[in-house]
Design a protein. Structure first.
Length: 340
């Protein structure tokens, strides 16, 4: 596994939009304010051509232009790290135009984003043996004040911290809209995790995962090299982190079934499951059974309702790193080791 150099003091943060950009509100104002905050901290900023574009369908521009921006930014010398402008819908369509072999040969660079950016964070690890950061996109950093999770994400980029605990509250309903682009997370709900089995858990493995909506779309394509990845890291095993955006509990159950039957869960060492955005019970199925009933046969630790992904706040995770998880009572900690 390859790890990039961390963001140096007064270094340059690059921004690209391989999924949606920051062309509309509340994202544009939030992104502009985030730039002010980064500049005030001494960072230089570099912008790809698509950051404010809205020429594409489900992404900022045409797939070739989005891929060109990504390749140029990742392989170029204009920035030290990359933060994606936002998530979106059809980043998968740029993959045919991304030369992953050239990325593998390039000097590694930290790429951070989540949601639709799973198409990059996940494939960097599985295709290029290059670690990435599953963390917030650029516009989130415009909020006032920053939630601790945003400082945590910056700490990962800067190499200051690689161990994090869960946050005490989460956001059930956001107050951010076009008229209020800079409001912080509206954290009102106490964080409560579920552990399977219901005991103190300690487990480790190579962190791999992202947004299930995107992951199942890769299964069976030429970009699906998960089984090869598992062979390379057989000694460590895989610690899956998974979360969902638009999938309801039935869709989550189907996604878990599909990943299992693609062989993705062989040699799994445990699971971290984020709160689903659409987790309402359907026909007697809740989001716990949607996941656990599929994977309980593996007899590995599972921690659910953790701070990953679309239900804020989100803990930054280094995809591809060796991670150690401790979960006891209602507390959990994820410690990441940048192990080859």
């Amino acid at each position: 596994m390859r790890y990039a150099k961390f963001l140096p003091e007064n270094g340059t943060i690059g921004f690209i939009a391989p999924s949606f950009g920051c062309a509309i509100e509340p994202y544009k104002t939030a992104f502009l304010h985030a730039q002010e905050k980064w500049a005030a901290s001494g960072y230089k900023l570099h912008f790809g051509a698509n950051c404010y574009a809205q020429e594409g369908i489900g992404i900022s521009n045409t797939p070739p232009k989005c891929a060109e921006e990504l390749m140029s930014s990742y392989r170029g010398k204009d920035n030290d790290v990359i933060i994606s402008c936002g998530g979106g819908e059809l980043m998968c369509e740029i993959l045919d135009y991304v030369d992953f072999e050239k990325i593998r040969q390039a000097e590694p660079k930290w790429y951070m984003g989540y949601s639709d950016n799973t198409n990059m964070t996940f494939l960097l690890a599985t295709l290029c043996d290059t670690a990435s950061i599953y963390g917030p996109c650029a516009a989130a950093f415009g909020m006032e004040p920053w939630h601790p999770s945003l400082r945590d994400a910056m700490d990962v980029l800067a190499g200051k911290r690689l161990s994090f605990t869960g946050y005490d509250k989460w956001e059930k309903e956001s107050l951010k809209d076009e008229e209020h682009p800079l409001v912080p997370y509206h954290v009102t709900e106490d964080s409560v995790i579920r552990r399977f089995p219901d005991e103190t858990l300690d487990f480790s493995g190579r962190l791999l995962g992202g947004c299930m909506d995107c992951l199942v779309n890769l299964i069976g394509t030429k970009f699906d090299k998960v089984c090869d990845f598992m062979k390379r890291y057989e000694e460590d095993g895989v610690l899956w982190f998974l979360e969902a955006c638009d999938l309801n509990v039935m869709s989550i159950r189907r996604a878990m079934w599909q990943m299992e039957h693609a062989g993705w869960f062989e040699n799994c060492k445990g699971f971290l499951i984020g709160r689903p955005r659409l987790g309402e019970e359907m026909m007697g199925l809740d989001h716990y059974h949607a996941v656990y009933d599929v994977i309980k046969k593996y007899h590995v630790p599972v921690v659910m309702d953790v701070d990953i992904g679309h239900v804020a706040p989100m803990m930054p995770l280094v995809c591809g790193s060796k991670a150690y998880v401790h979960a006891e009572g209602n507390e959990y900690c994820v410690r990441m080791d940048l192990q080859d």
